[in-house]
Design a protein around this ligand. Structure first.
Ligand code: PHE
Ligand code: ZN
Length: 866
């Protein structure tokens, strides 16, 4: 820890959950006045402050890179001795119980490369305040348990910034001399400052109306650059669908007269739920057939819903402190996942969500950055917008919902919203509402919020032919994680079924509650040993270990009536074959090939599900199953199995590829499923080694009337050397070089390619004139994708590590938040061989030795290097 102290001596080192104290001063109202200009913006703030409780502590207003130009209390300008700056914060001793405090500061948004606070993006001025960006705009107690009423006046050059937006409802506007104009916005709902937002710019609006369940008309606006207007219709539909869904499923109605969304090109995360004025990374708003894949369309729908749902789970009921982040994020992810499932296929959505959970959260939970859903401490809160807070948090809500059933869960969420409306609440408040509203005891379940690490559940089934019964023994254990050597057993709901291997049917599903370290369950009436299907629907976020044979897995892959379990059986079949190959063991792969063939030919299955089920697990997922990851062997094994499946079923792939060809673009579930399956068929067809593979891929690329088929053909070609590869990359670049979001795909496809030269190519692309560290999407599309490309990133030369470390070091000077998000892949060194581990740690040490390193990167690297 010595290093950490010396690098950031000026700020508090570690914030702890148990140190929470109610605020010394409250701020019931704030009036903000912005005179906007990219080079010089003046912010005047007038705060009514009231002393909270009997104490004599001064008023402390957080600030980050701010200098006060003027400080007034109750109308009187203070002299320099009457206030001080401590660690960036403005400290003012105040005598009475209530005062009016005014400050003036000056900002330079165009210089703000951190994209936190007020910044410039492509001619716009916009803000990002969560988690602690408001203190970069004005002096304020920047903590989510201070709820204030905002009134905001914006003033700017009328020609350059004709549109002026903020939270709440617009009230007045007017023109000024010198070509300037102004607008006033009032938000009637008290809110924490992380939900403040403003936008100024030359924007066009896709405007529609929504009538709420109580009959109020809400004006909806999606604001983008004029040229992007045609790409906003999917987002608009998603918004209306979300509003209707939240009324129907949770009884939650929208509460302002306007709801605005603005798309910006430079954004650190996905989107932000500012009250009445969501600000989005443009990649989650803009979509059309020419530029968006089906996954992009789904991303738009899911993120629009997510941000909209925050209006209740996050804004009306907010968080007391940042340790409660999952209170809003886990719950809101759960809500958006269910919304997307209702809009499309429940089975496929569940498979996708579990894939993300395993890829991102299980990895996090097994490494140096593992932390509980409700963390105990942090150095930099921006580092805690993690898969654990979001995705594992959502799984905890899902388990509660399963244990309660739909009616009791709805009663419990009603109680939660009603009881805490207008408050800053805690995870404990949520759990209590679930207990009281849902009539359940969650005492043991609370451990899920406290313990990090992915639990392992060992399931063994024994059959007794004499008593015709089976005994299922379940054993759980959660491995140690940093700071948590010993774990207590968790309460987990496991959906299970036993299948008769002759009829192919089960006698029905049961919900097993595993609460002990070891528990036995007996089932009667089985003359023959049944096949176990467990953790159906992925009812608990755990790793299940069973010793089911390949034959049993093949049986489930063909007969299980739970789609997730069926998918899971396929995955396990494949994983066994792949791990066997890596270990140099002879594993019978005919069962895998037969299961893939039968799945493709099953007339009862829909195309989207088939495409998911026949996909080989990713190299990273195979690595996760092994004690030590050997990226080269894993790549070779997966590649070999893929070629074999391709070759042995070549006529099938040709047939599927031909018959899934569409006539005209549609976003129907059937059309999306067909495209997904077509792409799987193309991958196998090319893998088969058929001489015409690259030509078929190139024609798909060339003839496609949609980005899904075009990009997946490009991705398939990018894996190998061929003339078609070069031609397709050139065509793609020239077609989309002026469209940033689509050009991102060009970078990403190459960085993610399973090509032996990927690491050199990435180095070259980092020097490409279209590459820039200033845009987070571009950085993620090159370096984020590359760091997720196991085979390429872990090139034994160590060059991949060096490239990512160079990027982190350079980016940290501009945008520490985005830089810090590239650290975790380097922190997984314990899972690799000694040489690679040493190279990875060497890069972490090199990063740590940089002078002036941000708190963000310092925290991630220092936790990863030890
Ligand atoms: N609160 C945002 C969301 O999940 C995420 C976010 C966090 C965006 C921090 C920007 C900055 O919807
Ligand atoms: Zn969120």
């Amino acid at each position: 820890m010595a290093d950490i102290q010396s690098t950031s001596a000026s700020s508090p080192i570690v914030v702890r959950r148990r140190d929470y104290r109610p605020p010394d001063w409250l701020v019931p109202t704030i009036d903000l006045d912005f005179s906007l200009d990219p080079a010089r913006t003046i912010v005047r703030a007038s705060l009514s402050v009231t002393r909270n409780g009997g104490h004599d502590r001064p008023l402390r207003l957080d600030g980050d890179e701010l200098t006060p130009i003027e400080v007034k209390v109750d109308g009187r300008a203070l002299g320099p001795g009457e206030w001080s700056i401590e660690q960036g914060a403005l400290v003012i001793p105040l005598p009475g119980p209530a005062h009016q405090v005014e400050t003036v500061v000056e900002l330079a948004p165009e210089q703000n490369s951190k994209l936190m606070g007020l910044y410039a993006s492509g001619g716009l001025l916009c803000t990002q305040c969560e988690a602690e960006g408001f203190r970069r705009i004005t002096f304020f107690p920047d903590r989510p348990d201070i709820l204030s009423r905002y009134s905001v006046r914006l003033e700017a050059d009328q020609a350059r910034y004709p549109i002026l937006l903020s939270n709440g409802d617009p009230t007045e506007q007017g023109e000024l001399p010198d070509g300037r104009h102004w607008a006033k916005w009032i938000d009637p709902f008290p809110k924490p400052c992380y939900l403040f937002a403003l936008v100024a710019g030359d924007l066009a609006c896709n405007s529609e109306s929504f009538v709420t369940m109580s009959g109020r008309a809400v004006k909806l606006g999606i604001w983008v650059k004029e040229a992007d207007l045609p790409r906003t219709s999917h987002a608009m539909q998603a918004l209306k669908d979300s509003m209707a869904w939240d009324e129907r499923v949770y009884g939650r109605e929208y509460d302002l007269d306007v709801f605005n969304i603005v798309a910006v090109a430079d954004f650190n995360f996905g989107a932000m739920e500012n009250k009445g004025l969501n600000i989005f990374n443009s990649r989650y708003i803009l979509a059309d057939a020419e530029t968006a894949t089906d996954a992009d369309y789904d991303g738009v729908e899911g993120v629009v819903a997510h941000e909209y749902f925050h209006n209740w789970s996050g804004n009306r009921v907010t968080c007391r402190d940042w340790f409660q982040l999952s209170l809003k994020e886990g719950f809101t992810v759960f809500r958006d996942q269910n919304f997307s499932a209702d809009m499309g296929s429940h089975a496929v959505k569940r498979i996708e969500d579990v894939r993300v959970l395993r890829a991102a959260q299980f990895q996090e939970d097994s490494g140096p950055l593992a932390h509980p859903v409700r963390p105990e401490s942090y150095m930099e809160i921006s580092n805690f917008y993690t898969a654990t807070i979001y995705n594992k948090g959502a799984e905890l809500i899902r388990m509660i919902a399963l244990m309660l059933g739909p009616d009791r869960f709805r009663a419990a969420t009603d109680l939660y919203f009603e009881r805490h409306d207008g408050e800053a609440a805690t995870c404990e408040d949520f759990i209590r509402a679930m207990e009281e509203g849902g009539r359940i005891d969650l005492t043991q379940f609370r451990r899920w919020y406290e313990q990090a690490g992915t639990p392992r559940v060992r399931a063994s089934l024994t059959h007794d032919p004499i008593t015709q019964s089976v005994e299922l023994v379940l054993e759980q254990n959660t491995p140690p994680t940093p700071g948590q050597p010993d774990k207590a057993p968790l309460a987990m709901p496991l959906r299970a079924a036993l299948f008769d291997r002759h009829s192919g049917r089960s006698s029905g599903e049961t919900l097993l509650m595993l609460t002990e370290e070891q528990q036995r369950f007996t089932f009667n009436g089985f003359a023959v040993a049944p096949v176990l299907s467990i953790n159906r629907g992925f009812s608990a976020p755990v790793i299940v270990e069973t010793s089911r044979s390949q034959a049993d897995l093949a049986f489930l892959a063909a007969h299980d009536d739970d789609p997730f379990a069926r998918y899971e059986a396929m995955q396990q079949l494949m994983v066994n074959a792949l791990v066997g190959r890596v270990a140099g063991q002879e594993v019978d792969e005919t069962a895998v090939i037969a299961a893939i063939r039968d799945t493709v030919n099953d007339p009862h299955l829909d195309s989207a599900f088939i495409a998911e089920a026949i996909r080989l697990p990713s190299e990273a997922y195979i690595g996760d199953q092994m004690v030590q990851v050997d990226p080269d062997d894993i790549h070779a094994a997966r590649d070999a199995l893929q070629r074999r499946v391709g070759k042995e079923l070549e006529p099938l792939w040709r047939d599927v590829h031909a018959r899934t060809r569409a006539n005209g673009f549609s976003l129907s579930a059937a059309a999306k499923g067909a495209r997904k399956l077509r792409n799987s068929a193309l991958i196998y067809l090319v893998a088969s080694g058929a001489v015409d593979g690259p030509t078929v891929a190139f024609s798909q690329f060339d003839e496609a009337d949609n980005m899904t088929e075009r990009q997946s053909a490009l991705a398939t070609l990018a894996n190998d050397r061929s003339d078609e590869r070069e031609a397709a990359l050139d065509i793609f670049y020239n077609r989309y070089r002026d469209d940033a979001l689509t050009l991102d795909k060009w970078f990403q496809t190459q960085a993610f390619a399973s090509h032996p030269d990927t690491v050199d190519l990435v180095e070259e692309l980092a020097g490409h004139p279209d590459f820039t560290l200033a845009n987070p999407n571009r950085v993620r599309s090159l370096f984020g994708a590359f760091a997720g490309n196991q085979w390429a990133f872990h090139h034994r030369s160590g060059k991949g590590y060096r490239l990512v470390a160079d990027c982190i070091i350079a980016l940290d000077k501009l945008n520490p938040q985005t830089a810090a998000r590239l650290v975790p892949p380097l922190g997984r060194w314990r899972r690799f061989d000694e040489e690679r581990a040493a190279l990875m740690r060497g890069e972490l040490q090199r990063i740590l030795s940089q002078p002036g390193l941000s708190k963000d990167v310092t925290e991630q690297v220092s936790k990863s290097v030890e």
